[in-house]
Design a protein around this ligand. Structure first.
Ligand code: ZN
Length: 368
């Protein structure tokens, strides 16, 4: 059965990773046509897609395409509105977008204040038109080159200057884990914490393409969540610690398969992670680069891993509860999630609350 009508929420979506290949193709064609063959290809059905086969290839592709495509605030506003529109059509209630201030490190015209203003416009228009809510978290990027260090410190200062923006709710640390450990970037987070105008909650990419130590480091650094945690089941003690701390794992199934963080999609241990009691969400990561949507991620969780509709509702509610949104918005999102399911399914809110997370088939929501 389709999961189309189930309410959905995601906490790990890089807005730079949501650029449609058709949009990027036209930009690259105009700016550097000699690179079209390197960056794009057609799938078996002749549909344009990004051209890469591993994580390094993906980084090369997105690091080339995104700066060329996202040059003005209008570009970001259109991208935000378009993504939320499509996601809302699949039942998205709340989306926490990862935004990258460093993208405009060298821009002569714009800084992070312009970027946040663009996100605000896109988010507000989408909320008004499609009843979907969104907030932003600003990411720093792992790296120890002088260029990466300069960019991160510029970004950290920009984040502090905009930390009172009501739609900026958190911080992230992204990029290939081998490019730098969490303690090596602690100074940036300390600087932001000491100077920010309101508290920004922290998540970090960890346990995706390196071992469990990065998840431990993220927890020690005060993070409430971590992106991926793909390898967490390799460390039973860590699983216990994560469950006890209600530490949240942002699961990205298609991304992990595409980037080979797991050998194949079927090798992902999401079911074990969920059954161990780890609080999780389902996420697209870089949706257009991994040929996915939030609806596809929920469908994969159901079809490939056997999660029930009620378990998927449980995961949506965990995502909302563990989001960095303000409490009043979380309450609105919870109401919207229950309204969607009560509209579509033969199930009351009270029954959902009582049976949350149940795998009992008798307790499953059924479409009206
Ligand atoms: Zn990510």
């Amino acid at each position: 059965m389709s999961v189309q009508k189930l309410p959905k929420a995601e906490l790990h979506m890089h807005i730079d990773g949501a650029i449609e290949p058709t949009v990027a193709y036209d930009v690259v064609k105009a700016a550097c046509p000699e690179r079209l063959g390197e960056l794009f290809r057609e799938d078996a059905n002749g549909v344009l897609e990004y051209n890469y086969d591993d994580f390094i290839g993906f980084l090369n592709c997105i690091d080339t395409v995104a700066p060329l495509t996202l040059q003005t605030p209008d570009d970001y506003e259109a991208l935000t509105y378009g993504y939320l529109k499509n996601a809302a059509a699949e039942g998205m209630v709340y989306c926490e977008m990862i935004v990258c201030p460093g993208m405009w490190h060298q821009s002569p015209d714009y800084d992070f204040a312009d970027m946040m203003a663009a996100f605000e416009r896109g988010i507000d228009r989408a909320e008004q038109d499609f009843d979907v809510y969104a907030r932003c978290k600003a990411t720093l990027e792992r790296g120890d080159s002088q260029e990466a260090i300069d960019k991160n410190w510029w970004a950290a200062k920009q984040i502090v200057a905009n930390s009172d923006h009501p739609y900026l709710v958190g911080l992230d640390l992204a990029n290939f884990e081998q490019l730098g450990d969490i303690p090596g970037h602690q100074g940036l987070f300390d600087y932001i914490e000491q100077n920010q105008k309101k508290p920004l909650l922290i998540t970090m990419h960890a346990g995706e393409n390196a071992g469990p130590q990065n998840i431990k480091d993220a927890m020690a650094a005060g993070a409430k969540r971590a992106g991926h945690i793909t390898c967490i089941m390799d460390d039973a003690e860590l699983v216990k610690k994560v469950v006890a701390a209600k530490f949240h794992g942002e699961i990205c199934l298609s991304s992990n398969a595409f980037s080979k963080a797991v050998p194949t999609l079927e090798d992902h241990r999401i079911t074990e992670i969920y059954n161990a009691g780890v609080r999780i969400s389902l996420n697209t990561d870089d949706p257009t680069f991994f040929n996915t949507t939030i609806g596809k991620e929920y469908q994969i969780a159901k079809d490939t891993f056997g999660l029930t509709d009620l378990q998927l509702v449980d995961i949506t509610l965990m995502a909302i509860e563990d989001s960095f949104a303000e409490d009043s918005l979380k309450a609105k999102c919870v109401e919207r999630a229950y309204a969607l399911i009560e509209d579509a399914y033969n199930y009351t809110r009270q029954e959902i609350v009582q049976n949350r997370g149940s795998a009992d088939v008798k307790a499953q929501p059924v479409l009206k």
